[in-house]
Design a protein around this ligand. Structure first.
Ligand code: BG6
Ligand code: MG
Length: 217
């Protein structure tokens, strides 16, 4: 097989926490009188918490100290985590769940490559806490997507080279990170129109076709 491993982004790929990010940021933005909508929220996909705040503050008239920014980001995270408490195993779709199992049965190594510092909390909530062979997340990186570090570390944890791994992403920043790290990528959701992606999928289940048509003899 050309691909020996698959590295999945978490938010927007394995499950949908984007709506909770939106709600948590929206509450803060409204309180501060900052305009915030779904289009701006799309720019936050794959981007770290502090960088997300900077994007939201582009529409803010005033100035904030570093400490004030940290306080706002912490408050957003507390609000976000209380929304995550609603999540359970039903937040993994049947398609995602059966595709993951088929990839595992085909002998692929499976990892998470997410910018989120809440990755393990989310995986535990959705019943996938022990499923992946490796987890690279917001806690082990110095630079978030579009920097490739989160994926290069995931590949390292799997003992694979980037060329042996396929990255699955819903964020344009994530596709850019995959390209920068020398990974092929499969784009879903918001990134599905990104021409830099190696494969643009209509459904997550198409991953099976991508993997099986890339058999090397
Ligand atoms: C990414 C999300 O997975 O994680 C981003 O796509 C988010 O929208 C980022 O900003 C950081 O998340 P967290 O959980 O560390 O605040
Ligand atoms: Mg994502």
């Amino acid at each position: 097989m050309k691909y020996q491993g698959v590295i999945f982004d978490l938010d927007g790929v394995i499950c949908h926490t984007d709506k909770f990010h939106y709600q948590a940021w929206k509450a803060l933005a409204d309180r501060m009188g900052i305009y915030f909508d779904g289009e701006i929220n799309n720019r936050l996909r794959g981007v770290s918490r502090m960088e997300s705040l900077e994007i939201i503050l582009e529409r803010y008239g005033g100035t904030l100290t570093e400490d004030e920014k940290i306080k706002i980001a912490d408050e957003k995270n507390e609000r976000y985590k209380s929304l995550l408490a609603q999540m359970d195993e039903s937040d993994v779709s049947e398609t995602v769940s059966s595709t993951l199992n088929k990839l595992r049965e085909a002998g692929l190594k499976l990892a998470i490559g997410s910018s989120s510092k809440n990755t393990r909390l989310i995986l535990n909530r959705i019943g996938l806490g022990g499923f992946f062979d490796a987890i690279s997340d917001g806690n082990n990186i110095a630079f978030s997507k579009p920097h490739p570090q989160v994926f290069t570390l995931a590949a390292e944890y799997l003992n694979l080279a980037p060329a042996e791994c396929l990255v699955v992403e819903d964020a344009r920043a994530g596709i850019e990170a995959a390209v920068a790290g020398g990974f092929d990528s499969a784009a879903v959701g918001d990134a599905a129109n990104d021409e830099r992606a190696t494969y643009r999928l209509k459904s997550f289940s198409e991953l099976i076709d991508v993997i099986s048509t890339n058999l090397l003899f």
